[in-house]
Ligand binder design. Structure first.
Ligand code: SAM
Ligand code: SF4
Length: 326
């Protein structure tokens, strides 16, 4: 088992398949010319399989594939089907633009739950946020996956002045559609021009929703990143991910592997451990993983505290979100 110095058992691994993407969400991909990692430096399917197996042999029971956009990788189906053979719950975070080509593969791999990103219900605003014109494709694919009985969670990054007044439109969507909306507080990463006054906190979100609805808090699990709510008569639910104003590090069970094979023990960690180079050299990788977990900070990568108003982004050392894997 992978246990850190705060006795947290780590059984959930997020693997980024690529830092490439067909959208350009401004809060995720730096505006300056971003250079995608060349294919030869990405983990290859058999390398992903072998590292994933090592994690699973050491207690990992859930793997989420992410990116960049995982489904832009030409060998994404091969990777999904390889990982499907491991005894884990396999899930995927995607922008949904390519899901129509992957329905059968995901069904074959028994991936039953998907996280899909969509920050607005307005197609013009979608173009502004993602710098691409794919709103209709994303919406069609969300409905396609719901029709095919996938459990669909929709991730909405809430940014003050951009989309906070759409929160109740998203909640209204859950009335007749069994969709599970997750509002995420805007987080700072390299190159995303985050400022604390753009954070719309979970308390503010809940206040906004409570003006129109009577949400009921649902019972959570210690590892949950989301505070979950239901509304009577709604087929779907909503949840709030309060990383900035109320972090949930005490129950953290998550680790990350970047597309170029570096392990991060926290989304906000400065340190990375190069597992891919060790694997390619034929070295023993497990001690590296164990050391990384042992050195995990108590909260927020040791880089800031929940007083997010005090964060100076120039003092943070981290990759951009697109190159970490959300
Ligand atoms: N391309 C896929 C997608 O968009 O779902 C997977 C990768 S994306 C980096 C994973 C998640 O990170 C998305 O839900 C996205 O909204 C979220 N994300 C990216 N940058 C963020 C930020 N600055 N603050 C909060 N969430 C962010
Ligand atoms: Fe691409 Fe997802 Fe980042 Fe948007 S959030 S740029 S879809 S990786």
């Amino acid at each position: 088992m992978l246990i850190d110095s705060f006795n947290r058992v780590h059984n959930y691994l997020r693997i980024s398949l690529t830092d490439n993407c067909n959208l350009r969400c401004f809060y995720c991909m730096p505006e300056e010319d971003y250079e995608f990692t060349p294919h030869s430096r990405l983990m290859q399917p058999e390398e992903i399989e072998s590292l994933a197996k090592l994690f699973v042999d050491n207690g990992v029971s859930k793997i989420r594939l992410t990116g960049g956009e995982p489904l832009v990788r030409k060998d994404a189906a091969d990777i999904i089907l390889r990982l499907a053979k491991l005894p884990v719950k396999l899930t995927l975070t995607t922008n949904a633009t390519r899901l129509h080509d992957f329905v059968n593969v995901l069904e074959e791999a028994k991936v039953s739950s998907l996280n899909i990103s969509l920050d607005t219900l307005d197609s013009d605003k979608f173009n502004i946020i993602t710098r691409r014109d794919s709103f209709k494709k994303v919406m069609d694919n969300i409905h396609l996956m719901i029709d095919r009985n996938f459990h669909v969670k929709v991730n909405v990054v809430v940014m003050k002045g951009m989309n906070e007044h759409e929160i109740n439109d998203f909640v209204a969507w859950t009335k007749d559609v069994p969709v599970h909306v997750r509002f995420i507080e805007f987080m700072p990463f390299e190159g995303n021009r985050w400022t604390s006054n753009q954070v719309f906190t979970w308390k503010e979100m809940l206040e906004e929703i409570s003006r129109k609805y009577s949400p009921v808090a649902l019972k959570g699990d210690i590892h949950d990143t989301a505070k979950k709510y239901s509304i009577e008569g709604h087929k779907g639910t909503f949840a709030i991910i309060s990383t900035m104003s109320s972090p949930f590090c005490a129950g953290c069970n998550r680790m990350r592997l970047t597309a170029d094979g570096k392990m991060k023990n926290c989304l906000f960690s400065q340190e990375e451990t190069d597992l891919l180079t060790a694997l390619r050299k034929g070295d023993d990788v497990l001690p590296l993983i164990q050391d990384s977990i042992r050195s995990k900070a108590k909260e927020l990568g040791g880089q800031f505290t929940k007083d997010f108003e005090k964060i100076h982004t120039e003092d943070l050392h981290n990759r951009s979100m697109i190159s970490i894997g959300g």
